[in-house]
Every structure is written in structure tokens, then in C-alpha cells.
Design a protein around this ligand. Structure first.
Ligand code: AMP
Length: 119
């Protein structure tokens, strides 16, 4: 799938749309989800034009792949989610109902999340 440079997260990365930022470094940006599904619901996105995890892991430079995953770990740590626990999730494609075509990892936490749902 070709990358749409006007998707909402690309526009957030360019500063055209505001976000509630929680973390940023040279590889990634993390911000609160606009429609939270848990008391803490943060999205972490890589700085680069990648639609999905498949795309990212195949095409991104190793430094960016490492930097992005380190950022996910750092955000969980900074939000004090590590000890109580948290969930990460990345939707990819139609069956997963991916809405925004820029790779993002959801971080959910802040309460017991129950078993993972698969319907
Ligand atoms: P997904 O279904 O995995 O593609 O999820 C997209 C997520 O992006 C949803 O949880 C939306 O609530 C969230 N979202 C959409 N627009 C924004 C925005 N402008 N700022 C923050 N989160 C957003």
C-alpha cells in the first residue's frame, strides 16, 4: 500500500495538527489518543513514511527500528505503567480495522484490562 502523505499522523508529525504530546525523540513521537479506550491510551509513531509493521520492519533503517521500539518502552516507563502492567497493540490492514495508515503502536493502561478480546 502506498503511503498517504496527508494521513492524520503525517500531519501531526509535520505540526499541521496539534496533539497532546507525551514523548518525542529523533525517531518517534508519542501522544494521547483522541478517543481513549483506557484511562491511559497513548499512540507511538515512527518518524518516517511507513503504513504498517510489515512495511516498517522490511524498509526502515535498523537505527529507526531500534529507536522506535526503545521509545515504546520508554513511554511505558515514563507513564509508570511497567509495574501495574499495560498492553500494546498495532492494527494492520482491513481485518484489523486499521483506521490511520501510518504505523502506530497503541499503549493501554491505568486499570486492569481483562483478557484480550478476539471476536
Ligand atoms: P487504528 O484503528 O489502530 O488505526 O487507530 C487509530 C487511532 O487513532 C484511534 O484510536 C483514534 O482514536 C486515533 N486518532 C485519530 N485521530 C487522532 C488525532 N488527531 N489525535 C490522536 N489520536 C487520533
Amino acid at each position: 500500500m502506498a503511503y498517504d502523505t496527508n494521513n492524520i499522523f503525517a500531519r501531526i508529525l509535520r505540526g499541521e495538527i496539534p496533539c497532546k504530546k507525551v514523548y518525542e525523540d529523533e525517531f518517534s513521537l508519542a501522544f494521547h489518543d483522541i478517543n481513549p479506550q483506557a484511562p491511559t491510551h497513548v499512540l507511538v509513531i515512527p518518524k518516517g513514511e511507513y503504513v504498517s509493521m510489515a512495511d516498517f520492519t522490511a524498509e526502515a533503517p535498523a537505527e529507526l527500528v531500534a529507536g522506535f521500539f526503545r521509545a515504546v518502552g520508554k513511554v511505558a516507563e515514563e507513564l509508570e505503567l511497567v509495574e501495574p502492567g499495560y498492553r500494546i497493540l498495532a492494527n494492520a490492514g482491513t481485518n484489523a480495522h486499521q483506521e490511520v495508515p501510518h504505523l502506530h503502536i497503541h499503549i493501554f493502561g491505568g486499570k486492569p484490562l481483562g483478557p484480550m478480546l478476539v471476536r
